[in-house]
Design a protein around this ligand. Structure first.
Ligand SMILES: Cc1cc2nc3c(=O)[nH]c(=O)nc-3n(C[C@H](O)[C@H](O)[C@H](O)COP(=O)(O)O)c2cc1C
Length: 191
């Protein structure tokens, strides 16, 4: 099989497109992050890779808390905008018409229109070079009532979407289910 060498790269598919929130200069601000993921289960922790100079980062550094908001496909424009404009120069909350609410962490703004919101407390920041890996403990999770089925978060209602990075730089909706996890592979077990 032929393979073409691409050199060291950040090519990894798919990536999330989440809205990271923090209060900066006493105002809520959000930036889009794709280099992010859950990194511990007990206690639940999440890691977000944030370029040092981001305006949002200054708020996280100051308050030591942040939020993770998972947008649905209907918010793709707003998510893209929050990833290209800086809170240094524009009020993204006003432009995107985000309705803000707060849970227990008063410096971690949450977006009502996003079906899933997490309140996080910074546990450590690892300097990786261009980015700092912000590891936060998830203290609370909010899920919109209308995105639940039998009391559980329903992916068909949440409608998250993925970011496909360079070189295509596109957002893609979730595709069809391929099989039940921890189950579909069991048919390969030797009897
Ligand atoms: C799809 C997408 C993903 C992004 N992922 C990241 C990321 O993981 N880390 C990061 O530092 N910036 C990322 N960015 C860039 C920031 O969101 C962008 O620079 C934003 O304007 C920063 O806002 P702020 O200055 O208000 O904090 C991403 C942008 C887009 C569009």
């Amino acid at each position: 099989m032929g393979k073409v060498l691409m050199g060291p790269s950040t090519l990894a598919y798919p990536l999330p497109a989440w809205l990271i929130g923090a209060k900066v200069a006493d105002k809520p601000n959000f930036m889009t992050a794709a280099w992010a993921g859950i990194c511990n289960s007990d206690p639940p922790k999440i890691a977000i890779s944030i370029r040092h100079q981001r305006y949002t980062n200054s708020g996280i550094k100051h308050s030591r808390v942040f939020s993770v908001n998972i947008p649905s496909a209907a918010l793709v424009k707003e998510t893209d905008y929050c990833g290209s404009a800086s809170g240094k120069t524009v009020d993204k909350v006003e432009i995107c018409k985000f309705k803000i609410f707060y849970g227990t962490l008063t410096d971690a703004p949450l977006i009502e229109q996003c079906p899933v919101n997490m309140e996080c407390k910074v546990e450590q920041v690892i300097d990786l070079g261009s980015h700092g890996l912000v590891i936060g403990e998830i203290l609370e999770t909010h899920v919109s009532e209308d995105c639940l089925t039998d009391g559980k978060p329903d992916i068909e209602k949440i409608k998250p979407f993925a970011y496909i990075g360079r070189p295509v730089e596109h957002y893609r909706a979730m595709g069809e289910s391929l099989g039940k996890a921890f189950s579909i592979g069991q048919s390969l077990r030797k009897k």
